[in-house]
Design a protein around this ligand. Sequence first.
Ligand code: SF4
Ligand code: SF4
Length: 368
Amino acid sequence: MSLDLSAHLTATAEARRQIEICNACRYCEGFCAVFPAMTREKAFADGDLTHLANLCHNCRGCYYSCQYTEPHEFALNIPAALAEVRQESWERLVGPAAFSRAFHENGVAMAGAMVLGIAALFGLIATLPEGEGAGFYAFMSHNAMVALFLPAFLLPLAAVGVGVGRYWREVGAGRATLGDLTAALLAAGRMKNLSGGQGQGCNFEREDRYSDARRHCHQAVMWGFLLCFAATSTATLMHYLLAWPAPYPPLSPPKLLGVPGGVLMVAGALGLVWLKTRADRALGAARVWGGEMAFILLLAFVAASGLALYAVSGTAAVPVLLALHLGSVLTLFLLLPYTKMVHGFFRLAALVAEEAMKRRTPVSSGGE
Ligand code: SF4
Ligand code: SF4
């Protein structure tokens, strides 16, 4: 007989019910950072659950090892319970919640926003007079690009910053040191937690067997994105400090950083799409599956259109591809607070917060 409490409880209350059972059992203590962190508490406030949920990376190891999953009456599903709380925390902390929910849950809304972004770029390019520059700048001046993209990047970033600040206060993280930040950045850079408690990988798509595929795909996307960001930053410095505007030759720093970055992003994002189609939706936040898939496809499109733009350089295809690429980048930036992209900021905040909490109240060592 199932207790069947879940339908009557909120995501937080259901997670609390399940975490309290885990805190008594502690079989999974070495699996990840979540289980050692829960040993600090005997009773779990909402903020504690928000913190544990953002520490969890949905590897699913605890589900496949648990003796209390259905048909047991406890009906535990820790990965799904924490995924719901995590998702709800992003939607609540990075407002407005209705807007956030619309994009997190809805791939169609995301695709619609992208079409609008691309159409707006087409319209803008069509109204601009022939540019005075070379390459892309023949279609849109450097100043027009900066005027459009700088606020489109900074304003969503500010919204995420406010959300992370709220998270920090809600979980009671307190003061963090440079050492906490360094430890968290090292763990995030290596994606140490995604390698599982003993470095064996996670159970995301292979159920009770282990795999490092998700970790490698995540790493490809993250490092690819950072390389592309470095390429754009380098090009900006070259433009302003060296008076060396685009287009840049194949062996210039922006191209040497941007091309491998784009290839990594495409490969990693397509890998994540494949893994997502194989994994069990019931072990995550099922309601946002479509929105997450649309976001990964958007990432792949941004990178692929950037590479294609490079490949058609100097041909008549440039204006069309420029509008497609810049429209997708604009969509990615504007939706940053309302898509899965936001998980990177909260995950890092959770890792720093956990380092700070561990320093004040040491816990038994976990999977990190
Ligand atoms: S997931 Fe199951 S096995 Fe693991 S600690 Fe919780 S109750 Fe125990
Ligand atoms: S990270 Fe994995 S093992 Fe840890 S709570 Fe989440 S799903 Fe379970």
